[in-house]
Design a protein around this ligand. Structure first.
Ligand SMILES: Cc1cc2nc3c(=O)[nH]c(=O)nc-3n(C[C@H](O)[C@H](O)[C@H](O)COP(=O)(O)OP(=O)(O)OC[C@H]3O[C@@H](n4cnc5c(N)ncnc54)[C@H](O)[C@@H]3O)c2cc1C
Length: 318
């Protein structure tokens, strides 16, 4: 293989690939169009598999704080009916700015070249240039938007004390509250366009009760959950998984690590997730958008909490 590789995109997939190659003596240059710490829209819910990959990549010592353990979930089927269940194995709450920066520092520690504020416009060939530029933006109206805010520690409703992660529906979308390492909640909204954020915040009593305490952080417009096959494409550049069930961070790290291994062994990369898994995630996502089906999910989870736990294991431990 070539002894010099260019990676476009310094997110999770690009940096995972870069670290693995750099560890094995390949000289890697990563172009990241922004500067660290990056501002991402993300639920900041890291599956156990994702945390293991972050540790394998040697990024843990560069995290300023240990992640928070996420052990209990509250799922709202509508405005007032909810069920709590356990996450087994537990997941982690970790801010993206800490995670992406830790990977970037690890890459630099290995001698890699990181070009920040460097927009890469060339094509990828999967051999000398790898494309990890994240979700393609869509011009169309029929797309999804993401919005993220922080809820300061102490500003959460008192009944949140018994749970670490809360999921609730909003019109044409949903919202997740996830506790992160500094005690704050990450509040992440995902909804179909057209969207008026203030209307979504007013649409559920839990959100309406804390809306004036939210600190808006970042927003992204017009993306869709799709596959974008092509040579050398990694992470969201290749497949945008629905966040509710998709485990995108873990998959991005795995895809980067596998691409590096394939380059080192001079073979095509193996798929790190199956088409069946992608279809399952998209189907579950679509089902969760339906209010009657959420009610069924609520009743089933109340009677058989193990079903919710095994669904979590199936979709979020990749
Ligand atoms: C609303 C929302 C919530 C989510 N919540 C979760 C969650 O809670 N848990 C989870 O596991 N997953 C979640 N995901 C999915 C997860 O965020 C992604 O799957 C993951 O970030 C993909 O990593 P990546 O490296 O492929 O892309 P990214 O993290 O997007 O990285 C791509 C990088 O490329 C850079 N770039 C773009 N264009 C260029 C260019 N031309 N030149 C140079 N650099 C460029 C970008 O600035 C970016 O830093 C969520 C996704 C969304 C949309």
């Amino acid at each position: 293989m070539t002894k010099a590789i260019t990676i476009a995109g310094g997110g999770l997939a690009g940096l995972a690939c870069a670290i693995r190659l750099q560890e094995r003596g390949v000289q890697v240059t990563v172009h990241e169009r922004k500067s660290y710490p990056l501002k991402k829209v993300c639920g900041e819910f890291l599956s156990p598999g994702g945390w293991q990959r972050l540790q394998e990549l040697g990024a843990e010592p560069f995290l300023p704080q240990a992640p928070t353990e996420l052990r209990r979930v509250r799922f709202y089927a509508d405005e007032s009916h909810s069920v709590d269940f356990a996450l087994k194995p537990f997941a982690l709450g970790l801010s993206r700015h800490a995670m992406d920066t830790a990977l970037a520092r690890r890459f630099q520690q290995l001698g890699g070249t990181l070009r920040e504020n460097s927009k890469y416009e060339g094509e990828a060939d999967g051999v000398t240039v790898i494309d990890a530029r994240g979700k393609p933006g869509l011009p169309g109206e029929s797309a999804w938007v993401g919005w993220r805010a922080y809820l300061p520690a102490g500003a959460a409703p008192t009944d949140f004390q018994s749970v670490d992660l809360v999921m609730l529906p909003v019109p044409e979308g949903y919202c997740g509250f996830s506790r992160i390492e500094d005690g704050r909640y990450n509040v992440c909204l995902v909804a179909r366009t057209p969207v008026v954020i203030n209307q979504l915040l007013a649409s559920h009593p839990v959100l309406a009760g804390i809306a004036d305490r939210l600190e808006p952080f970042a927003a992204i417009a017009s993306f869709d959950f799709r596959n974008y096959p092509g040579p050398g494409r990694l992470g969201d550049r290749r497949s945008v998984w629905p966040p509710l069930v998709g485990d995108g961070m873990s998959r991005a790290l795995s895809a980067g690590m596998e691409q590096a291994q394939a380059l080192l062994e001079n073979r095509p990369p193996r798929r790190t997730s199956t088409l069946g898994g992608f279809i399952l995630a998209k189907s579950l996502h679509t089902l969760m958008m339906s209010a009657p089906l959420r009610q069924v999910g609520l009743r089933v989870t109340r009677v058989y909490p193990r079903i919710a736990e095994s669904l979590f294991r199936t979709t979020r431990v990749g």
